[in-house]
Each structure stands twice: as structure tokens, then as C-alpha cells.
Design a binder for this molecule. Structure first.
Ligand SMILES: C[S@@+](CC[C@H](N)C(=O)[O-])C[C@H]1O[C@@H](n2cnc3c(N)ncnc32)[C@H](O)[C@@H]1O
Length: 206
């Protein structure tokens, strides 16, 4: 799965010396992640799916979470482990494919920025089955996934685009939408389509 996407990620990671050089790098943690952590009574366990260089894994660990961070690209795991080598942050970095990884643990918070929408990586139904194994009841799930604004909104390469309603229907009834924010952008790199809608979702498991 994801052979072509792996090739693209390979080139992007090989040309990045630091996390800041990656095209998806954001200085601030996603607003909905901050809100979700703020409303939880205490820090617990968190899973960062497709963690990349681990910017948000580190953010969650700094907030007291015991974090498991998974990514199928070895370069991503190396970038993360280099950053945490001299820290005492509770992060376990694992090189694994989201469709194949198994664990005995459950998590209070799950974050996915950009993994599910990687083309060819995993079907949404299989992904949901994994989430049902991993997210504890009452847990929060934060997803960032490209949106689709109409029949015309597609691009032959880059992240998959899905209507917000379809995403919510796919995750229902087990995952209830708490809040979503979509943002239209026209400054995206050409290889993922100049104009795109970034969908941000916060779900809670009932
Ligand atoms: C757009 S990047 C975002 C990285 C990180 N979440 C962030 O926001 O900085 C998406 C990441 O998902 C990872 N990924 C894509 N498909 C994956 C899969 N099937 N299993 C594990 N990781 C995957 C890629 O290697 C990449 O690091």
C-alpha cells in the first residue's frame, strides 16, 4: 500500500535537514488539538498516526501525555528520535504502517494530520476499524484531511479530497463530531494542487 506515496515522502524527507524544512511544517499545534487537550481532566495516553518529524507528538508529551508516535517512513522516525534523544519526554517512536500496526493498548487521544488522506495508504473503513481498536471510550480523535468542495474539486496527485459530510458519515455513529473547521487555501505547493480545502475535525468516541 502507498508505494507511490512512499516514493514522494522519500524525496521530501531526503531533502529536509530539519522538521521546519518539510512542506507541512506548522509552528503552532492545531487549534482543535489544543482545545481537545484543554477540556480533558488530566493527561493520559496519546497516539500520533503518521507522526512525521513528531512536532505534535512532542507538543502532546510536553503537556504530560505518554505518546506513541507511528510513521511508515524511517526518516520521519529518525527525525523524531533525534529531537527527543536528549529530552525526558515520554514518546515511543515506532516505524509502522497504520494499516498493519497492532497494539494491546488503548489511547485517550488520537491525532492524524495527513496520514489518512495519503493516496493509497489505507481505506477509510479499515482505518475506522483500527480506530475502534485504539481509541478508548470518551477519547478524542483529531483529524486533518483535505476536503472536497464540489465535483470539480480534484487533483490527480497529492492528498485525497473527501466531502466533510462523507467523513462524518463514515465515522458515525461511534465517533461524534464535536467541532470542525475548514480552511480554503490557494498557496499550496503545486504538487498537491495550488487550491485546496483543509478539513479539520474533532470527534469524540461515545
Ligand atoms: C503530511 S505528513 C504529516 C506529518 C505530521 N503528522 C505533521 O503534521 O507534521 C503525513 C505523514 O503520514 C505518514 N504516513 C502516510 N501513510 C502512512 C501509513 N500508511 N502508515 C504510517 N504513516 C503514514 C507519512 O510518512 C508522513 O510522515
Amino acid at each position: 500500500m502507498g508505494g507511490q506515496s512512499k516514493g514522494i515522502f522519500d524525496r521530501l524527507y531526503n531533502s529536509a535537514e530539519n522538521p521546519e524544512d518539510l512542506p507541512w511544517y506548522e509552528v503552532d499545534p492545531p487549534e482543535l488539538l489544543v482545545k481537545a487537550l484543554d477540556q480533558r481532566e488530566s493527561a493520559g495516553t496519546a497516539l500520533d498516526i503518521g507522526c512525521g518529524a513528531g512536532t505534535n507528538s512532542i507538543y502532546m508529551a510536553e503537556r504530560g501525555y505518554q505518546v506513541t508516535a507511528i510513521d511508515f517512513m524511517p526518516q520521519a522516525i529518525t527525525m523524531l528520535t533525534k529531537q527527543i534523544a536528549v529530552s525526558d519526554l515520554a514518546i515511543e517512536a515506532v516505524q509502522a504502517d497504520v494499516g498493519k500496526w497492532t497494539t494491546k493498548h488503548t489511547f485517550d487521544v488520537i491525532l492524524d494530520i495527513g496520514c489518512l488522506h495519503t493516496p493509497g495508504t489505507i481505506a477509510i473503513d479499515a482505518y475506522k476499524a483500527q480506530l475502534l481498536n485504539w481509541l478508548a471510550p470518551g477519547g478524542d480523535f483529531i483529524l486533518v484531511h483535505f476536503g472536497r468542495r464540489g465535483w470539480w474539486d480534484w487533483w490527480p496527485i497529492g492528498p485525497s479530497r473527501i466531502y466533510a459530510d462523507t467523513i462524518c458519515q463514515k465515522f458515525a455513529p461511534e465517533f461524534e463530531l464535536v467541532e470542525d473547521i475548514s480552511e480554503d487555501r490557494s498557496d499550496m505547493p503545486f504538487f498537491i494542487g495550488r487550491s485546496a480545502c483543509i478539513g479539520r475535525y474533532w470527534f469524540r468516541r461515545g
